[in-house]
Design a protein. Structure first.
Length: 489
């Protein structure tokens, strides 16, 4: 096979060879002898919204017990508040919602958009966000600025136009996207598109760039937003002595300087165990509780009491109803309220994180060891490029290969998030062809976690199953690289 001269030719070649790649992947996985009953129900992560992991026994039993009781929902909300205050202090508060995206929507609309009412024409507002991964979540609520980014979300979803990501944008609200120093934004993928490569981000210099943009937009500035992750592939590899990402601390400092909120999207994060809103100094941190935490479908907003009062009011949880000191009633964002099952399960999950965090952390430690062992067996021609990290915040293992493109030659293929939505991400769809549910596998990064058929009913890792799915991923990477022609250079 002749080596492609340019990277777009490499991706064109991979597109043409896709059926052959999937056929080879299906044949290779058979050598692992994965039982037929596990095909399609075992995977690389239990932390994807579209295919969450089964509930642990302790969560399921707690929900069943509460389901037989007559309990005002505000009681569960107050139990959640108590646990969060135990963990972060009395100056912090919490508010459950039905999803993480609901929490983002409510928080942005409550804290950063212009007023809903008032005489005369409304003013414009702008918030600043790093140009990073997953911008369709934390950076999609305003119109992108500068204009060169106005089409950045065009294909990033299953629905286009007003009913897609564009429809989330708030009135008179802009998003200032700031490229990070040390990060790279090259074009890759079969669905050819810029990809954010964040591993080599320089936190101090990036904060200075954010500060320069804040000064430029000061008259319109109403807040900052970013991801809440803690791993290098997401740009948060530089940390202080306590393990807190320096970029997040810098953003919090800027927000305090301008007296505006800093909102963190920590969807794939774990409260109490992971990144601390208190140590960062952020105003709000929002979680998808059915991802890494093990809760049933629900979200959680944690924040400083000052900003949590209007958020709780917007959700109808700040008043009196049914003889309680807090309500579960009607307000602007009542559609975001979770039900009894979500609330009771979230309480159970949070109690485990507070009292027995090893239930969540031990399987990640075990998975990390398996990833290191299995990737040590990958083709020696690409082996040096894989860097493996453990994310305590996300309960995940990150496998990054950005450095394969540092030698001036074509590297390990990088697929964009647009490839995922277009069905042309060979690492994700290739795993599906092998009978294994994929994880987030784009932007030169694999984010792997336990939970989807790889853990028992108590949440602990089943080592043989974890080895199967990681070994299958190694096989698929080798097959894709062989068809990319990178070894013929």
């Amino acid at each position: 096979m002749a080596a492609p001269k340019f990277k777009f030719q490499m991706y064109k070649q991979l597109q043409a060879r896709t059926p052959q790649i999937y056929a080879e992947a299906k044949k290779a996985v058979e050598t692992l002898n994965i039982p037929a009953e596990l095909k399609g129900v075992i995977g690389l992560t239990g932390a994807i919204s579209g295919c969450p992991s089964p509930l642990r026994d302790d969560i399921e039993h707690a929900m069943a017990a509460e389901g037989r009781k007559v309990v005002p929902l505000a009681v569960y909300v107050d139990q959640i508040r108590e646990i969060i205050k135990d963990a972060y202090g009395d100056e912090y508060d919490a508010c459950p919602v039905n999803t993480c995206e609901a929490g983002l929507w409510t928080t942005f609309a409550t804290l950063m958009t212009p007023p809903f009412q008032g005489r005369g024409d409304n003013y414009r507002a702008r918030y600043i966000a790093p140009l990073e991964r997953h911008t369709h979540h934390q950076a999609s609520y305003g119109r992108p600025f500068p204009p060169k980014y106005k089409d950045i979300l065009a294909d990033r979803g299953s629905t286009a136009g007003e009913l897609g990501f564009y429809g989330k944008r708030q009135e008179n609200f802009d998003t200032v996207l700031v490229p990070m120093v040390g990060a790279e934004y090259p074009v890759h993928g079969i669905k050819y598109h810029p990809v954010p490569l964040m591993k080599n981000l320089k936190a101090k210099e990036s904060v200075a760039e954010l500060a320069k943009n804040a000064a430029r937009h000061e008259s319109l500035l109403t807040g900052f937003a970013s991801l809440g992750y803690d791993s290098p592939g997401y740009g948060y590899g530089e940390k202080d002595a306590d393990g807190t990402p320096l970029l997040q601390k810098g953003l919090a400092s800027l927000a305090q300087q301008y007296n505006v909120p800093y909102i963190i999207d920590n969807a794939w994060g774990i409260p109490i165990v992971g990144n601390s809103i208190r140590k960062i100094g952020a105003d709000v941190m929002i979680y998808s509780m059915d991802k890494a935490t093990g809760s049933p479908t629900s979200g959680l907003i944690i924040g400083k009491e000052e900003v949590m009062v209007p958020i709780r009011r917007a959700l109808g949880m700040h008043g009196n109803r049914y003889g309680t000191t807090a309500s579960y009633g009607k307000a602007a964002f009542v559609t975001q309220d979770p039900g009894k099952e979500g609330l009771s399960g979230q309480v159970a999950a949070l109690r485990v994180l507070r009292d027995r965090p090893e239930v969540v952390t031990k399987p990640v430690d075990d998975l990390y060891e398996i990833c290191v062992k299995e990737f040590a067996k990958i083709d020696e021609r690409i082996r040096p490029y894989f860097k493996i990290y453990k994310s305590r915040n996300s309960g995940a293992v990150e496998i990054n290969y950005e450095d394969s493109w540092k030698n001036g030659k074509l590297g390990i293929p990088i697929f964009s998030i647009e490839d995922m939505y277009a069905g042309s991400n060979l690492f994700q769809d290739g795993m599906t062809a092998m009978g294994i549910v994929p994880t987030i596998q784009y932007d030169a990064n694999f984010f792997i976690s336990p939970g989807l058929g790889t853990t028992d009913s108590k949440g602990q890792l089943i080592h043989e199953r974890a080895q199967w799915v990681i070994r299958a991923l190694v096989m698929l990477v080798e097959i894709v690289c062989n068809h990319a022609g990178i070894h013929e250079q």
